[in-house]
Write a new protein. Structure first.
Length: 160
């Protein structure tokens, strides 16, 4: 009987090009496609014990890859829409553009802990509990980081 490692080694050898092409077809970007395939393989590895041999392992991992790629695509679309929501219309003055540039710069200057918390809450589209888990902290700490990040941004931008 093959080990789990041997089964996945064979899967990767035989199916990696198909998985990458599928993810690329959905995402249109090689780096994103590679990320999607990697995430799908990790999910398959972790969920291997629930795999039922009614279908081929490659079909199961293919389905996971498609789902991950579509999830990534939806996330990218949300991020793009969020940026559009905060981008001035063509007729607005350059003061808005300057303020957005200042805000973007101020966010980039935040310490990683606070910048990650802001990014995940505004662009991640996830609940506070999920965001806290992703950041490896409890929910109160997560909300404190958001609050502190907003205070830091206010202090940096109050004179504008």
């Amino acid at each position: 009987m093959k080990t789990k490692q041997a089964i996945f080694d064979q899967l990767i050898e035989e199916s990696l090009p198909m998985l990458r092409n599928t993810a690329y077809g959905i995402l249109g970007n090689t780096a994103d496609a590679d990320d999607a395939v990697q995430e799908a393989l990790v999910k398959a590895w972790k969920g291997f014990s629930i795999f039922q041999s009614r279908s081929k392992l490659s079909s199961w991992v293919y389905r996971i890859t498609v789902n991950v790629a579509y999830d990534m695509q939806r996330k990218q679309q949300r991020e793009t829409q969020n940026l559009k929501d905060y981008t001035p219309e063509n007729g607005e003055n350059s003061d808005n553009e300057a303020m957005i540039e200042s805000l973007t710069s101020a966010i980039a200057e935040l310490p990683d802990t606070y910048r990650e918390a802001l990014t995940i809450v505004y662009y991640g589209g996830v609940s506070g509990d999920t965001a806290a888990k992703q950041l490896g902290c409890n929910l109160n700490t997560f909300y404190w980081r958001i609050s502190r990040a907003k205070e830091m941004l206010y202090d940096k931008l109050k004179d504008l």
